[in-house]
Design a protein around this ligand. Structure first.
Ligand SMILES: NC(=O)c1ccc[n+]([C@@H]2O[C@H](COP(=O)([O-])OP(=O)(O)OC[C@H]3O[C@@H](n4cnc5c(N)ncnc54)[C@H](O)[C@@H]3O)[C@@H](O)[C@H]2O)c1
Ligand SMILES: [Zn+2]
Ligand SMILES: [Zn+2]
Length: 383
């Protein structure tokens, strides 16, 4: 069938709606009708070149380019067709997309770390992970899909490992945001940094992922949450979801923390700016206390392989620098859990959706994100 999908055809090319031909689901694949898709910054990385890969890596994926690519990896929808052997979902089930697939049987999945599933290695580009064939074509040519998903499309055909079944009564709009940004931020605080009651947490970058981190810190019992963002609109919103203090920069935060912490500095620093670069590590480490944990959640361009880090202080202050993917929690655990928190009124999502867009307006949504107007934009497929 032909579906309308927002596709990026090359570096710095705009997201543009095209008719993409998708095949029927093969074994272990499902077809999902999309209802909402969230507009995470990571899709923009693909367009701007902040997510890229060397030629030899692309060859490994069986492609010569990351383009063309159907965008979108946040979203929720309804299963409309299942291929042979699909066990985890049936037609009619409501599902959230998971940018980290979870096979359930590899070493990482079996040891409770589905966010590290070995299938994750095939998500950059390339054919279906089920059988290595292509299911998506544009003008007769193969099309990549963002993280083996492509939620900016009316329908997507994906491996069942890439969807998480959710409660049929759960809000699909909330599920769309929880499917990546909120889960990643929340887990950065709760599952990676393991914030404990009474701690002081700094969240650097207050977009969709930062909004998850602030709320994770709040629910974990942080006494103080310092939200850092140059845009007042973002820090104002941060105050409504748990931030107790705000700053426009890490430098300003550095000057505030001694007074806030009897000179000890922050227990936890979570880095969720739009793009991570090596030069942000030293100022982030300087915000952290002795025994402090610094979590790098934001994605850095592939060529960022140098950081400034004073190794004497790092060891003598007993500090930790931690990476995280999907907030270091299994999607099949985190997504339903956070939906329940949302339903209990303990997790704010609705107010983080600044604007809804049609599929044709995906580029407008990313322009608004770049202009600092959105915490999260959402594609509403019924609009
Ligand atoms: N690790 C993972 O698994 C994972 C998953 C999802 C997203 N991400 C990444 O997380 C990052 C955040 O995503 P998002 O969708 O929330 O982005 P966003 O663009 O919505 O928000 C980023 C915010 O950071 C602010 N900012 C930029 N530079 C800053 C700085 N130096 N100091 C303070 N604030 C700064 C911006 O004003 C903006 O409000 C992106 O890099 C995204 O790719 C990582
Ligand atoms: Zn994302
Ligand atoms: Zn696995």
């Amino acid at each position: 069938m032909n579906v309308r999908a927002a596709v990026c055809t090359g570096l710095h090319e705009p997201w543009k709606v095209e008719d993409v031909e998708i095949g029927d689901p093969h074994a272990n694949e499902v077809k999902v009708q999309m209802v909402y898709a969230g507009m995470c910054h990571s899709d923009e990385h693909l367009r701007t070149g902040d997510i890229s890969a060397p030629t030899e890596v692309l060859e490994f994926f069986g492609v010569d380019s990351l383009f063309p690519c159907v965008g979108g990896h946040e979203g929720a929808g309804i299963v409309v067709e299942v291929g042979e052997g699909v066990k985890s979902v049936s037609v009619g089930d409501h599902v959230a997309a998971a940018f980290m697939p979870a096979c359930g049987i590899c070493f990482w999945c079996a040891s409770g770390r589905q966010h590290l599933c070995d299938l994750g290695m095939s998500t950059l580009a390339g054919p279906m992970m089920s059988d290595g064939t292509w299911r998506h074509h544009l003008n007769g040519k193969n099309v990549n899909r963002m993280t083996q998903l492509g939620t900016f499309a009316e329908y997507m055909v994906v491996n069942e490992a890439s969807v998480v079944k959710i409660d049929p009564n759960a809000s699909l709009k909330a599920a769309a945001l929880i499917s990546c940004g909120i889960s990643t931020g929340f887990g950065s605080a709760v599952d990676r940094a393991k914030v404990t009651p009474g701690e002081t947490v700094v969240v650097v970058g207050c977009g969709g992922v930062g909004a998850g981190a602030i709320q994770g810190a709040r629910l974990a019992g942080a006494r103080q949450i310092l939200a850092v963002d140059p845009l007042p609109f973002k820090t104002d919103k941060a105050k409504t979801i748990g931030a107790t203090h705000t700053a426009a920069s890490m430098l300003e935060a550095n000057l505030m923390l001694p007074d806030m912490t009897q000179g000890r500095m922050a227990d936890v620093v979570i880095l969720t700016p739009g793009v991570l670069t090596g030069d942000l590590i030293a100022p982030a480490m300087a915000l952290a206390s002795k025994d402090g944990r610094v979590v790098t959640t934001a994605i850095a361009p592939f060529n960022q392989d140098k950081v400034d880090l004073n190794l004497f202080n790092f060891a003598m202050f007993n500090q930790a620098l931690l990476g995280t993917v999907f907030g270091s929690c299994s999607p099949r655990v985190q997504i339903p859990n956070l939906l329940r928190l949302y339903e209990a009124g303990m997790l704010e999502i609705d107010d983080l959706i600044t604007q809804e867009y049609t599929l044709d307006q995906v580029q407008n949504g990313y322009d608004d994100l770049a202009s600092g107007l959105n915490i999260r934009g959402v594609v509403n497929f019924s609009a």
